[in-house]
Ligand binder design. Structure first.
Ligand code: FE2
Ligand code: FE2
Length: 197
């Protein structure tokens, strides 16, 4: 496709490939393809969706014992939950790399930053990247297919359902629920009620 000849795309692709295992690189490509699909359907900026999807997990393989340290070195602020549930940190480090290594715009960086938790009042691109990550072709967990079918009809409905699944899963595993995830869920539910749905 056309974007594969774009220099910035090539540079990001090379970097992501170097930083990630084969499987996770393939996941990144799947998320990118799903993000592009949603961007086309919902009229988001396609190039932003491509870059965000491709780079969203670039920091996912930073070893557990280095995550907090690396974030601090980069001047990234972490909250109490992120310091405990360190798997969350890859989203913020990914956004940092997107901005500082590749000069990607705020919209893209915000979408990378919130791809794991969500947040209140998400932009179209934030919704797309969250749902692309949840429903990419390589996903086999319960609900991924269902959420994908929903997302093709209504992004907000799909997002509300995906957040619910994520939050319940985290709780069942005895993990921390990040407040941004709860804020995302409540925001969507409030909106739905206001619309009388
Ligand atoms: Fe991720
Ligand atoms: Fe991901």
């Amino acid at each position: 496709m056309e974007y594969e000849n774009d220099d910035k795309y090539k540079a990001i692709d090379k970097y992501v490939k170097e930083k990630l295992s084969e499987n996770r690189y393939m996941h990144s490509i799947s998320v990118m393809n799903r993000a592009l699909e949603f961007a086309k359907q919902y009229g988001a900026n396609e190039q932003d969706a491509i870059y965000a999807g491709l780079i969203h997990d670039v920091a996912k393989e930073v070893p557990k014992n280095q995550r907090v340290l690396l974030a601090e070195e980069l001047g990234i602020e972490l909250d109490e939950i992120e310091k405990e549930a360190t798997a969350l940190i890859h989203a913020k480090i990914g956004a940092y790399i997107a901005r500082n290594t590749f000069g990607l715009n705020d919209e893209i960086c915000d979408a990378i930053r919130t791809h794991t938790t969500g947040c209140a009042n998400m932009t179209l691109l934030q919704k797309i990247i969250y749902l692309a990550d949840f429903t990419s072709e390589d996903r086999s967990f319960d609900g991924a297919k269902e959420v994908y079918e929903m997302a093709k009809k209504n992004l907000d409905e799909a997002l509300l359902y995906a957040l619910k699944i994520s939050i319940i899963d985290v709780m069942n595993e005895g993990g921390f629920v990040h407040p941004d995830g709860v804020a995302a869920y409540n925001y969507l539910l409030l909106n739905k009620r206001k619309k009388g749905e």
